[in-house]
Design a protein around this ligand. Structure first.
Ligand SMILES: Nc1ncnc2c1ncn2[C@@H]1O[C@H](COP(=O)(O)OP(=O)(O)OP(=O)(O)O)[C@@H](O)[C@H]1O
Length: 549
């Protein structure tokens, strides 16, 4: 059960394997070990092609398994903080995770399965009717798609966020509809959801590329006295669409990546009660500014898919959720900072602290079954012991069996010499990714500047055309001042020339950067392919070192 006084709660929800995954023979690699612990059993290949399992242990404020309903999740994780919105708090609930991991199922629910929107709305109206009759509700629903705001309750009209003199962020033109009943509220949300999925091209993956923000304001007269927000975030893997895809997809991916990283930083700032909240880092955090300041309650639900085929995305989701609160645990010090910097780049996976490795028998096709836990309280330590000592079947043939955490001096394993004739190049993926990240930032800013300058030029040209028409009609008159006409025309043409030159230069620089970005993407893909061949991730520094030695 989530504690209602805690400012930030990070919980994980695992969905069941779906029929498609089952028909593909996908396996469930996630095990909820206790109320707050989850294990991911990642299947890996050594350089000599023997299989081994890497177990990643994660701790969160709550871990919910596939048999938990939306209602049970709501009662345990969200209901305790809903009431706070009547005491002036800004209550925010995020659904984070890979596309198809259950974010919308959690938020919206499905036919006859209520989601958090309806469950929370029912309680809000109940509390209001019982204890706060002078409060009225209004609702707004909008999305952030490709860095732009669209009103889901007004034909997806584009909206603009502006900061006023008091540094409050206002969304100009956003519809804020009064609602009197839960049914009316749900009808409005339904309209917004429809607009979200069909508004673009009708393609389903468009909704997974946008963040949907539902805000229920509690008002006394004109004054907002509390707020409940639900954010169904873009598919987290979309942020990694920075290589391979076409340019527009890469740009969208970069924008999503930027917003998810900025979101993490803002929640961390809130968690650590920092004086500065970096909400200007993205459009998403900018519009959510007041949810990060003052009296706030936040729940982040990290949704995960259970299948082996989703393993990489699941690990990325869990690492992201882990980092949202990790520093509070105060145990990782400088190393966490360094790893975090690396992991921020292109959402690269970061090495976990609690990792257990053990071999898979040669003829063993499937993952080992989850080990029974006797004592939930002490389950995490129990598993470490088992993997290391008792279980002959999974005992490591070469090396320690346990790495990371407490046993840092022991190398995970040494690959046999004959299997490492080819050496992977020592590539600095970190540097490459950092360069790419910077370049994407520059390109996005240049794109905006180019479009604005072009628009400004057209406006000025229209004025100049009007002026030139005036000149022509003057010069056509008998006895006109031709000298003046020539002088004016010369001035107009040189202004035009300068304007065109200026835009051309911007275009040239922009094109140069696009080309550089393509080259970097190619270099990144090439090096990633090499790392994949050697089954390394960007953090297998020890292993790279071993192979090099
Ligand atoms: N806890 C659950 N129990 C049963 N089915 C679930 C659960 N979570 C998700 N599903 C099913 O999985 C599918 C994908 O879920 P959902 O659409 O919510 O994913 P999503 O993360 O919102 O994806 P997207 O980013 O594309 O919107 C749906 O068919 C949904 O019914």
């Amino acid at each position: 059960m989530v504690e209602k006084d805690q400012k930030i709660q990070v919980i994980v929800r695992k969905r069941p394997l779906n029929s498609k995954e089952i028909s593909k023979g996908d396996q469930d690699i996630l095990q909820r070990l206790s109320a707050d612990t989850l294990i991911v059993r990642e299947q890996k290949l050594k350089v000599d092609l023997t299989k081994y399992i890497e177990e990643h242990h994660f701790n969160f404020d709550g871990v919910y398994s596939e048999d938990i309903s939306n209602q049970e999740l709501y009662i345990s994780a969200v209901q305790p903080i809903v009431q706070a919105s009547f005491q002036g708090a800004k209550v925010t609930c995020f659904a984070y995770g890979q596309t198809g991991s259950g974010k919308t199922f959690t938020m919206m629910g499905e036919e006859s399965i209520p989601g958090l929107y309806l469950l929370a709305a029912t309680d809000l109206f109940y509390y209001r009717d019982q204890y706060f009759r002078n409060i009225k509700f209004t609702v707004s629903f909008y999305e952030i798609y490709c860095g732009k705001l669209h009103d889901l309750l007004n034909d997806r009209n584009q909206l603009f966020a502006r900061e006023d003199a008091k540094q409050n962020v206002n969304i100009v033109g956003l519809q804020n509809k009064p609602v009197e009943t839960v049914e009316a509220l749900m009808k409005i949300i339904g309209t917004g959801m429809e607009s979200r999925t069909t508004g673009q091209t009708g393609a389903n993956d468009d909704s997974s590329r946008s963040h949907a923000i539902l805000e229920i304001n509690l008002k006394q007269g004109k004054k907002v006295v509390g707020k409940m927000s639900f954010i169904d975030l873009a598919g987290s893997e979309r942020g990694a669409d920075v290589s391979g895809a076409d340019f527009k997809t890469r740009m969208d991916g970069a924008e999503i990546n930027k917003s998810l990283l900025a979101l993490k930083e803002c929640i961390r700032a809130l968690d650590q009660e920092k004086r500065h909240t970096p909400f200007r880092g993205s459009k998403l955090t900018q519009v959510l500014k007041d949810s990060f300041l003052g009296n706030c309650r936040t729940v982040m639900i990290a949704n995960v898919s259970p299948g082996l085929l989703s393993c990489e995305h699941t690990l990325n989701t869990l690492r992201y959720a882990d980092r949202v609160k990790e520093l509070k645990k105060g145990e990782k010090g400088d190393k966490a900072g360094k790893d975090d910097k690396l992991a921020n780049i292109l959402m690269l996976p970061r090495q976990n602290v609690n990792v257990v490795r053990y071999n898979v028998e040669e003829n063993e096709e499937t993952l080992p079954p989850p080990k029974p836990i006797k004592n939930e309280e002490d389950s995490s330590r129990l598993l470490f012991k088992k993997a290391n000592k008792d279980d002959n079947k999974f005992k490591s043939k070469i090396g320690s069996g346990i790495s990371g955490g407490k046993n840092v001096n022991q190398k995970p394993f040494m690959p046999p010499p004959k299997a490492v004739e080819k050496k992977p190049p020592q590539v600095n993926m970190e540097e490459l990714s950092e360069k790419h990240e910077q370049l994407i930032g520059i390109i996005l800013a240049e794109e905006e500047d180019l479009i604005n300058s072009h628009r400004k030029m057209i406006d000025e040209m229209v004025d100049m055309i009007k002026h030139q028409m005036g000149l022509l009609s003057e010069v056509d008159k008998p006895g006109s001042d031709v000298d003046n006409y020539v002088r004016e025309l010369d001035t107009v043409l040189s202004i035009k020339e300068d304007m065109i030159k200026g835009i051309r230069e911007k275009l040239r620089v922009f094109n140069d950067h696009l080309r550089q970005e393509e080259d970097l993407t190619l270099a990144f893909e090439k090096n990633k392919a090499v790392m994949d061949v050697f089954n390394l991730d960007a953090h297998d520094d020890d292993l790279l070192q071993d192979i090099d030695d």
